[in-house]
Design a protein around this ligand. Structure first.
Ligand SMILES: *[C@@H]1O[C@H](CO)[C@@H](O)[C@H](O)[C@H]1NC(C)=O
Ligand SMILES: *[C@@H]1O[C@H](CO)[C@@H](O)[C@H](O)[C@H]1NC(C)=O
Ligand SMILES: *[C@@H]1O[C@H](CO)[C@@H](O)[C@H](O)[C@H]1NC(C)=O
Ligand SMILES: *[C@@H]1O[C@H](CO)[C@@H](O)[C@H](O)[C@H]1NC(C)=O
Ligand SMILES: *[C@@H]1O[C@H](CO)[C@@H](O)[C@H](O)[C@H]1NC(C)=O
Length: 350
């Protein structure tokens, strides 16, 4: 009896070892959280972003207060062990001059690097690119990954109207592919702002812009040219779980590109989606059915989503999605480690 128990235990331990890490549950990695450095806020103010009653606004939303200490405190409150820091939309796409964009991206990336040096077992960083300036962005990808050892790269659904899927973005995908980088894609506002009817962009334009980028990657064939890059889209993939079969259906028609239905559907379900603001029973049921627990990662969206909203959301994922304990391990950290092998390296797990 004892030896049988030992055999079961050893089998379990070896399985764990075989997936290349040795973290004990509970462990949680948040792939969607934001740093808000002062130099970035100052650049937005200089570029004329609105200030109402003393508060800076971006995409119709107030820019929250942020500090490195409050970030770590929020992680402790939410039971997050490790976060990857990124800069939210619009990045620095409002800077028209390529040299200025390049030097601001560099300054911000060096700050992100400082934050990760301060908390090496708690924080990783996703590189801010000076898009839409493609040549400068390629150089920054190389600097972030090769010199600063960043966890991965941050992209946006569009930067000043340049969408993922546009062939002008090919050099970016080429560089990411060559360096085997993994990518976190944050939604951005469309440049045609009148569609938002004066409502804040994050409410519906962010999720719809995620759909727009994913559709553009499909129809223009960019994703099928770079199929191996691991890409995370935010907020449960925008409206993709609901719209995927419609998109794939229309794409089979001549005017939609004539792409076989199953090929489109497999492509759309080949991304990873984070669960920031996607924790309800309706959303998780759709996500589980469309993409499954192997493709879901944890996202908190601190400090834009208030803790009072993030905390019950994260706590409800298992019940609302009816996920097993093993599926929760995938969602909490195992998928994130698979997407970002550099996290395992930073945590000295391999
Ligand atoms: C303006 O800001 C002050 C101080 O933060 C706050 O007390 C006040 O309610 C705000 N007024 C409006 C109209 O938002
Ligand atoms: C991860 O965080 C949880 C909750 O804060 C904590 O109980 C656990 O010890 C942490 N794990 C590691 C390996 O630091
Ligand atoms: C990046 O990693 C390499 C190899 O592990 C190391 O030599 C180098 O010091 C690291 N760079 C920074 C900026 O941490
Ligand atoms: C939850 O999942 C279990 C195991 O897969 C299944 O037996 C059960 O019917 C599910 N419950 C709901 C409400 O879907
Ligand atoms: C590329 O990254 C994946 C994980 O994203 C890893 O499994 C693979 O070994 C890496 N390949 C190379 C050549 O580094």
């Amino acid at each position: 009896m004892l030896s049988l128990l030992w055999a079961v235990f050893l089998g379990y331990a070896l399985t764990r070892h075989a997936v290349g890490h040795s973290i004990n549950s509970p462990y949680r990695i948040d792939v969607h959280s934001h740093a808000i450095p002062d130099i970035w806020k100052q650049a937005m103010i200089s570029a004329g972003f609105p200030i109402k009653n003393g508060t800076l606004y971006n995409d119709g939303e107030p820019v929250p207060d942020w500090s490195l200490d409050s970030h770590i405190d929020s992680m402790d409150t939410l039971g997050v062990n490790y976060s990857t820091l990124s800069i939210t939309a619009p990045g620095i796409s409002f800077i028209k001059n390529a040299q200025k964009a390049k030097s601001l991206a560099r300054r911000i990336n060096l700050l992100l690097h400082e934050y990760t040096e301060t908390h090496p077992t708690r924080l990783g960083a996703l590189c801010l690119l000076p898009l839409p300036h493609v040549k400068e962005a390629v150089a920054e990808i190389e600097f972030c990954l090769n010199t600063l050892n960043f966890t991965g790269i941050g992209l946006y659904t569009n930067t000043y109207g340049l969408y993922l899927g546009d062939s002008r973005m090919d050099p970016i995908f080429e560089a990411l592919n060559k360096l085997n980088a993994s990518v976190f894609v944050h939604p951005a506002a469309p440049t045609c702002t009148s569609v938002a009817l004066n409502h804040p962009m994050p409410i519906i334009e962010y999720p719809f812009d995620t759909v727009r980028a994913i559709e553009n990657l499909l129809i223009n064939g960019q994703r099928s040219r770079y199929p191996d890059l691991k890409m995370i889209f935010s907020h449960g993939g925008g409206a993709i779980p609901y719209l995927a079969t419609r998109i794939a259906g229309v794409a089979t028609l001549d005017y939609g590109g004539g792409i076989p239905f199953s090929q489109s559907l497999a492509q759309l379900a080949g991304y990873y989606f984070d669960l920031a603001s996607a924790t309800s029973n309706i959303q998780l049921t759709a996500l589980k059915s469309f993409i499954g627990a192997k493709k879901l990662v944890t996202g908190i969206d601190y400090p834009y989503v208030p803790l009072a909203q993030a905390q019950p959301g994260v706590a409800a994922i298992q019940a609302n999605g009816n996920f097993s304990d093993d599926e929760m391990d995938l969602i909490r950290y195992e998928n994130a480690l698979e997407i970002f092998p550099r996290i395992s390296k930073a945590l000295k797990l391999t």
